[in-house]
Each structure stands twice: as C-alpha cells, then as structure tokens.
Design a protein around this ligand. Structure first.
Ligand code: NIG
Ligand code: FE
Length: 425
C-alpha cells in the first residue's frame, strides 16, 4: 500500500471544484476555485481532503509522520491535465510531408496522392504490436512529463479490422501498464482505403456491419469518431457511421469542419455527439446548435498552427455558451506534439481565450469530452488523486512563460510518477 501524500503550502491550489454534471460554459470557465496556501491529502489513490494547509495540518496531525509530504511553497497545483483527442498509437513520422507543405503543398493534396493518413496506415500495418507499443509508450512519457495524466487515443491507421484492432489492443495495454490512463476511440472512418476509392459506400457498410459490432463485442473502445471532411466522409456517411456506433453503445465524436466548412458542428448537435473536434471552419449556426445541445468543442490549436490555417474561434464559441476543451491532436501529420501546455499558450495567443479559461479547457471540460468528469479534471474529495505541480506561483504564468516545461511533480492515482521534472523509475 502506498504511503499517503500530503501536498501543503501551495501558492495556488487550482481545484476547479463545482458542478460535475455538465461542462463549464461562459463565465464558469473562468472560475477556477483557487485556494491560496492550499493543501491536499491523498490516500488510496483518491483525494481525501482539500482546503487551507493549516486546516489539513490540524485534521491530519496524528498521521503526518506516515505521509510523503510535498512542500509546494511558491508552486502551482492543478488537477492532472487531460488530453481528450490524440492519435497516440502510430508508427514512424512524416517529416518529408512537412517539407512539402512548407513548399506550398496542402495537407489534402498530400493525402490525395497516397501520403498523409495513408502513409501512416502503411507504417502501422507493417509495425508489430510491440513496436507500436514501444513508440507509443515513449510518447505517453512525453505527455506525462508535460503534466498530462489521462489521454484519449484513437485508432484509424488500420482501415481494416485486423490493424484497427492491433492499434486498440496496444492502447489497452498502454492503459494497463503506463501511469497515464488511456481512453480509447474507434476511428475506422479516418480515410477511405484506396481499394474502396470507387466504392466508398462499400467501406461505410464494412465499418457499420463488421467493424463497429466487432469493436463493441471486444469492448476495445468507448467512442466512435469519423473524419467528416470534403473528399473523405460526407456528413451523410458520417451520420450513418455515428448512429450505428450509438446503437452498439459507442458515444459519438466527430472531426468536424477542420479544413473546410461542412456542417460538422450541426451534425454533431443533431446526433447528440459528446464532442465535436477541430471546428476551425464551424459556422455561426453550428456553434449555436452545439451550445443548445451541450456538445463539447474540443479545439486543437496545434493543428491550425502546424497546417498554417486560421484558428478556431474559441472566443465566439465561449460567448455563445459552447463548452470548450483543448487538446494536442497528437498525430504524425497535422500536429506532431505531446505538449498540452503549448496548446494552452496557443489558445491564449490565437483563439481569444484567457489563461483561466484554458485551464478549465485542459482539465474539467476535457474530462467531460471523454465522459470522465466524475473521476478526474478537478481536485475534489472522492476523485482520483491525479495532480500536477508546476514550478510557477500563478496559473497565468503557465501560459505567459511559454515554450518552457514547468512540470515539476506529477501524481497519478496517489503515486508520485514525476519528480523534479523527471520520470520516477
Ligand atoms: O485530427 N484529420 C484527420 N486526422 C488527424 C490527422 C491524422 C494524420 O494526418 O495522420 C487530425 O488532424
Ligand atoms: Fe484528430
């Protein structure tokens, strides 16, 4: 049994305590519920008490000698960060495409010529389970070192059931063995394989009739995602695939309005998706519908940055009442990054979000986007003891001193897994 952990004297203890039933919207996104000189008692992997250091000191006086004590004087304590949209499990990299794009080729041009998602699909088909596991394990270490304690991970580099299953099995094994929790999404509808080019409906049928039932039966994923984009899957096809997933108990997610406006936000609202992601080109009407339906907007500023596109209009979404979350979109094509803090800086600089809003977006709202708000995303009694301690004394400094990894200590389920910015072996 691990020793209890007592974090004391935090300069700012950002709890985000409050309503866990629905994601935070509008002004709620700026209300971080900060305790100055805060303390937290963690035991059995769970948060046992949260409050002023002096109060906890009194409450636990008799047990202090049994605990690992972390003096967080001058430091910022937040919930472990949550990344709700990644393509974590892949093999290889695509830096040659990066060069092509810098010389003017577009992301879709490259994909339409057999590169992009197709190139990574080939690499994933060739990779063994253990090779995929190893490469993804290293990336998960990268997430953890930047303060992230839970990530969502999508399949979608198989486009046939055997390879999709291989990706999902790797994600499952990572979840079991790595300190970071991995939540799985099936994304068979990531691209239409070349042998279905003339018959995309045939591939949609294959996903609906064979892959989705197999995903549900194997319990390898909780969510079902589609790349709804001109030249990839139409809104009609996306709707069919997402409805089929719902019938099998898979909640819907959608890559929506990423490259071109395609009424993805509208579709997400209509079918009751848990999140609509990207939304660089989302329409005003689509945003209003998302607000009314309570669909979380998972925004991925790294993708806009790396594809040199205009950023999603987070300010407008928040003003309209859309709950906003942030993510890396970690993948080898449009956002090869494991740094959620970098995304938080980009969101302030390019999407009109405030430092307080981005903290909410990378914690409790991100937890909502993957249906985990009851367990993670805030520091409250009864929740998982997932906590990150940064070496800054104010939450705004996380975004202000950009390009620096401020992660000092990470605690996952009550156990210290990063100390002094390094993985604990
Ligand atoms: O979220 N747009 C589709 N999927 C990913 C990119 C995947 C890739 O290029 O490998 C995205 O941008
Ligand atoms: Fe993505």
């Amino acid at each position: 049994m691990d020793r209890p952990v007592f974090i004391k004297n935090a300069s700012q203890l950002v709890t985000l305590a409050g309503n866990i039933k629905s994601p935070r919207i509008k002004a709620e996104m700026s209300d971080l519920q900060i305790i100055d000189n805060g303390g937290v008692w963690l035991e059995e992997g769970i948060v046992q008490a949260v409050g002023k250091t002096s109060d906890l000191h009194e409450e636990y006086t008799d047990r202090l000698s049994q605990a690992d004590i972390i003096d967080a004087s001058g430091l910022l304590v937040t919930p472990g960060l949550v990344d709700p949209h990644t393509h974590l499990v892949f093999a290889g990299s695509r830096e040659t495409e990066f060069n092509q794009r810098l010389e003017g080729a577009t992301y879709m041009d490259i994909m339409n010529h057999g590169g992009g998602i197709y190139a990574t699909t080939e690499a994933v088909k060739q990779a063994s389970h253990s090779q995929l596991f190893q490469e993804s394990w290293e990336r998960l270490n990268g997430f953890l070192l930047q303060g992230v304690t839970t990530v969502e991970a999508k399949s979608g580099y198989g486009l046939d059931w055997n390879t999709e299953r291989k990706q999902l099995e790797v994600a499952k094994e990572l979840h079991e063995k790595h300190p970071v929790d991995v939540v799985s999404t099936f994304m068979g509808a990531h691209a239409v394989p070349s042998h279905f080019k003339e018959n995309p409906e045939g591939f949609v049928e294959l996903i609906i009739k064979e892959m989705i039932p197999a995903v549900a039966q194997s319990k390898l994923a909780e969510f079902n995602d589609v790349f709804c984009e001109k030249g990839v899957f139409t809104p009609e096809q996306a709707k069919k695939i997402l409805e089929a997933g719902k019938k099998h108990g898979l909640q819907a997610k959608i890559h929506a309005d990423e490259i071109e406006p395609y009424e993805g936000a509208e579709l997400a609202s209509e079918i009751g998706a848990i999140s609509a992601d990207h939304l660089l080109e989302a329409s005003h009407d689509g945003m209003k519908k998302m607000a009314a339906a309570g669909v979380v907007a998972v925004l991925l500023p790294g993708t806009a940055y790396f594809l040199m596109k205009r950023f999603a209009d987070a300010r407008k979404m928040i003003n309209l009442g859309v709950p906003v979350a942030l993510s890396t979109d970690c993948n080898p094509g449009s956002s090869p990054s494991v740094s959620l803090p970098f995304m938080m800086n980009l969101a302030c600089m390019n999407m009109g979000m405030s430092p307080a809003e981005v903290i909410t977006a990378a914690t409790i709202n991100a937890a909502h986007a993957i249906d985990r708000a009851k367990e993670i995303g805030s520091i409250e009694v009864g929740k998982k003891a997932d906590i990150t301690i940064f070496d800054v004394n104010h939450f705004a400094k996380l975004q202000y001193f950009y390009g620096v990894n401020h992660t000092h200590i990470v605690i996952k389920k009550g156990r210290i897994v990063v100390r002094g910015g390094k993985l604990v072996e």
